[in-house]
Design a binder for this molecule. Structure first.
Ligand SMILES: [Zn+2]
Length: 242
């Protein structure tokens, strides 16, 4: 059963049109729920899973949740306020990614598809890239593109400065999202933005990750090559710490 309202159907049609991603694919089967406490709803469906990912659920304003019955529920926290639209587009990108990959891999169990850490990280990049690309194209910017970039670089420096001892997967999760946002800025403003901005790469391994993502911004570019994607992220695991 698809419980997506006309407003969301129209938003997604515009999103697909402006980003030119997912064209020709139907909206993934899922439910969209605006809730006041995502954790509480996940706990009702799957207590073990909820406790496992409690920390990440409680930090997030949105969640692409695969239920025990193998259906997709997109939770958006009503506290997201102004960012309800961007959170919705972000979570829908995950729903597209996991559904399309499930077809490609002939793996009906969506939790197994989601369990692939490399693909999940790539989907975080993809979701931020497409959401910001859409927002930049529809709304433009409230300040100059240079200022927007400096904001992103500031976030990156602050995060790495404060979290030197954090496990690598969390550093990568944060970084790929930021690279997604930057690439959306670069794609929208190619005349003022540089492909390799100054002081934006923590080390060579992250630069290599950036290059890979730059060449693989679409689902079509990675769908047949998940093993390559995995080797890129595995390569990162071996990197010397920053
Ligand atoms: Zn996400």
């Amino acid at each position: 059963m698809n419980e997506i309202s006309d407003i969301v159907v129209n938003l997604l049609a515009d999103f697909v049109d402006k980003t030119e991603e997912f064209k020709g694919n139907s909206i993934p089967k899922c439910e969209l729920k605006l809730v006041d406490d995502i954790y509480k709803y996940v706990l009702q469906d799957d207590c073990e899973y909820a406790i496992d990912v409690q920390e990440s659920i409680q930090r997030a304003y949105g969640l692409c949740y695969i239920t025990k019955k193998n259906t997709i529920t997109l939770f958006i926290d009503i506290k997201a306020g102004m960012t309800i639209i961007s959170s919705t587009l972000h979570e829908f990108t995950h729903a597209y990614d996991f559904s399309l990959m499930s077809n490609c891999m002939r793996e009906k169990n969506l939790r197994k598809v989601q369990a692939n850490a490399s693909f999940r990280l790539w989907s975080e990049f993809h979701a931020e890239y497409l959401t910001y690309l859409y927002l930049f194209r529809v709304n433009g910017l409230s300040k100059s593109e240079i200022e927007v970039f400096e904001g992103l670089r500031g976030e990156l420096e602050k995060f790495f400065g404060e979290n030197q001892r954090m496990e690598l997967s969390k550093l990568v999760d944060f970084t790929v999202r930021l690279y997604g946002r930057y690439m959306a800025l670069l794609k929208t403003y190619p005349d003022t933005m540089k492909k390799y901005p100054y002081r934006f790469f923590v080390n060579k391994d992250f630069l290599r990750l950036y290059d890979y993502l730059y060449e693989h911004k679409t689902f079509d570019s990675i769908k047949g090559n998940v093993s390559e994607l995995e080797s890129v992220f595995r390569g990162l695991e071996r990197l010397s710490r920053i």
